[in-house]
Design a protein around this ligand. Sequence first.
Ligand code: PCA
Length: 216
Amino acid sequence: MTTKTILLTGFEPFNGAAINPSWEAARALDGWSGPGFQVAARLLPCEFGRVNVALLEAVEAVHPDIVIAVGQAGGRSEISLERVAINVDDAAIADNAGAQPVDNPIIADGPAAYFSTLPLKAIVRALRLRGFPAGVSQTAGTFVCNHVFYGLMHHAAGASLKAGFIHVPFLPEQAAERPERPPSMALQDIVDGLRIAVEVAVTADEDVAEAGGATH
Ligand code: PCA
């Protein structure tokens, strides 16, 4: 059996936060291996200007068969399997370098969008069966996560690379300090959820046909 390498990326904290659950979860899985696979985790900067360079450096260093980029989506209640990366930056807040691009294409002559090539529905189904709130998301936003997701899929389109993006909720301690007390998920659950996503991405040859759309 050949061993597949999975690159898992997480983001540094942003918008003044002290922690980012995406990196806390990804780094907990650095070096994790199972039947036919091994995982390497890398930290990405939350900067439009540097993140895709850092991502491609990690891809060159790790030589992955599958890349799963992970980011924090504060306010969401479930593990979100992102379906589509769009070719636009439109930042509602500044990134960690102070950049706040508005309506810029990510790649000037690139297509409007790329679809994830992860088996989204199979991952969602496996997560729900194991008791984790999960769903397909139709937008990864227009901030740094969408930017790296688009850069990743642009690269993956020319390489034989399965790739996609997963957004994860706040940690409970992040929710506790916000006045609106948004939804959250324990770090251990995020870690275990990502384990399931990795296992399904490694083993599923094709996705399952199951509704995962939205009416709005
Ligand atoms: N979440 C942000 C960027 C980094 C992160 O973890 C986003 O969703 O764009």
